[in-house]
Design a protein around this ligand. Structure first.
Ligand SMILES: [Zn+2]
Length: 182
């Protein structure tokens, strides 16, 4: 069975599902209450020790992450997006671990939200080093903004799904053109 086309490789998928824990379109949010947080944590390994008090901070971090994904679709200016993420990066702490095979890994320090944020930022760091960061994107359709992994050949996709958001935006542009006087 092949994975859906928007799924990201390895740990990057954990980051993608974190960002998609809220749908900007329907406003359904998995990080709104202790029960929802527990449910999300049960499915995701990055949030050990996260407490209900951490929710607001996690939600703010999530939107800062979505902002840098929008840079990858060209719908947001890079400077302001990275500046919004910087305070979270500043507050994160790590230990470096090297296993018996000599592969180094960043191990997040801290507890609760701090630890979750550090773990997710380590995934950003790894993806940048590996060179596939620019393929993790947020859909350009303003009402969608869903996080997806762009598997197109040249990595130039801007919609989460051409059949859904892409065609809707094209139809809207066509309607607008038809409306405007020649
Ligand atoms: Zn979309």
């Amino acid at each position: 069975m092949s994975l859906p086309k928007y799924v990201a490789p390895a740990e990057l998928e954990g980051l993608r599902t974190f960002i998609n824990s809220v749908s900007p379109e329907s406003k359904a949010d998995l990080l709104t209450g202790p029960d929802r947080l527990e449910e999300w944590c049960a499915q995701n390994s990055q949030c050990e020790g996260a407490a209900p008090a951490d929710l607001a901070r996690l939600r703010a971090f999530r939107e800062a992450l979505r902002g840098v994904l929008e840079v990858n679709t060209g719908s947001r200016e890079a400077g302001s997006a990275w500046a919004a993420l910087e305070p979270f990066a500043q507050a994160s702490g790590y230990k470096m671990r090297i296993d018996a095979l000599g592969s180094p890994a960043l191990e997040p320090a801290g507890h609760g939200a701090e630890r979750t944020i550090a773990a997710l930022l380590a995934i950003v760091y790894d993806a940048m080093r590996r060179g596939n960061w620019s393929r993790l994107k947020a859909c350009r359709k303003e009402s969608c903004r869903w996080a997806y992994y762009d598997k197109s050949k040249n990595g130039s996709g801007i919609w989460c799904d051409m059949a859904v958001c892409g065609n809707r935006m094209k139809a809207k542009r066509r309607r607008n053109r038809a409306k405007s006087p020649a």
